[in-house]
Design a protein around this ligand. Structure first.
Ligand code: MTE
Ligand code: MO
Length: 326
């Protein structure tokens, strides 16, 4: 279970500035009363979850059951920060561009084509995706390769549900995710900062890991456009760029996908891109990070943890030299 070896030493959420005083005090009392066992952690998470749910951004509500076994107890990033400091280059390269420009993205109707090395290729619309499996809330840390991180209550289900549905053939070794690239809606697609469409990929066993989340919502609602509505991936043990937003195509393939960031700078962005404090980016250290909305600007206060603290995934890389396969 992840919560037992949660990072940052202490497995308790910190009282947020936005927590109403009564709730905060009740929680303090509550914290004092319990030893942090699994049951106690779950109760604390439920509280944090209710707070997150009370935030939101006015998008349609999405009911989901909290999955405490896959949720971090770190203090959750305020909704406002999670939706105003984004990387989504299709809408521009400044951190505020996605919030400024993604509002008009048309997220309905929306279809995702699932194809390639599968026995049952299919096209699913967003309503079918929402109904495919029970929706879970999972609080994941997301660590950007640039050195900042957030803690977000996502909503979705394991990508393994998709794999089960389409039945990969024996030839499928990787999964490739393609984002929408629509010039008319996405001003950044006119820039040559990356090759469009944005493509990311995972090895099939990584895609099959239960932590790998097909994501349809956040903070009790459907996804904000700037966070990748209406459907994205969240792969919490990898740098953020591995988690493609606004996905229109999922392809099961034999060969390692040619991914956007790896193509643009192969010596800086490897295919694996597991969070690894011991492998620096050629231009900066990856040993520490700044938590958005919490740590001061430019202050990288926190030690970055191997696999972003998701040690459960280590067996996927048994015998691999992670300095070579960065
Ligand atoms: N299609 C697409 N997906 C993308 C990106 C992008 O530019 N385009 N940026 C990535 C990067 S670098 C990060 S850190 C995360 C940020 O996700 P967030 O804005 O929801 O925190 O999205 C990733 N997914
Ligand atoms: Mo990133």
């Amino acid at each position: 279970m992840l919560i037992k070896r949660s990072p940052n030493g202490i497995d308790l959420p910190f009282p947020s500035e936005i927590t109403p005083r009564a709730v905060y005090e009740a929680r303090r009392t509550f914290i004092k009363q319990l030893a942090v066992g699994a049951a106690g952690s779950a109760a604390l998470l439920e509280m944090a979850s209710r707070e997150a749910f009370a935030q939101g951004g006015g998008n349609p509500r999405l009911a989901a059951k909290l999955n405490p076994a896959y949720s971090a107890l770190d203090k959750q990033t305020p909704y406002k920060d999670a939706t105003s400091y984004n990387n989504f280059y299709e809408f521009g390269t400044d951190k505020g561009d996605p919030a400024a420009n993604a509002g008009s993205l048309k997220t309905r109707p929306w279809t995702v084509s699932i194809e390639g090395e599968v026995k049952k290729p299919m096209t699913l619309d967003i309503d079918a995706l929402l109904k495919l499996a029970p929706l879970e809330e999972r609080v994941y840390r997301l660590r950007c390769v640039e050195g900042w991180s957030m803690v977000i209550p996502w909503i979705g289900y394991s990508f393994a549900e998709i794999i089960k549905l389409v039945e990969p053939t024996g030839n499928a070794k990787y999964v490739e995710f393609t984002s929408l690239a629509d010039r008319r809606q996405m001003p950044g697609v006119n820039s040559r900062v990356l090759q469009w469409p944005y493509v990311e990929g995972l090895r099939l066993d990584e895609a099959h890991h239960p932590l790998t989340l097909l994501t349809l919502g956040m903070y009790g609602e459907t996804l904000a456009n700037q966070n990748g509505a209406p459907v994205r991936m969240v792969v919490p043990w990898k740098y953020g760029f591995k988690s493609a937003k606004s996905i229109v195509k999922i392809r099961f393939v034999k060969d390692q996908p040619r991914t956007s960031w790896n193509l643009s700078a192969p010596n800086e962005y490897g295919f694996y891109s597991n969070v690894n404090p011991e492998v620096d980016h050629p231009r900066w250290s990856q040993a520490s990070e700044r938590r958005i909305g919490e740590d001061g600007f430019l202050a990288r206060k926190r030690k970055t943890l191997m696999f972003n603290g998701y040690a459960d995934v280590a067996p996927l890389y048994a015998g691999m030299d992670l300095k070579k396969y960065y």
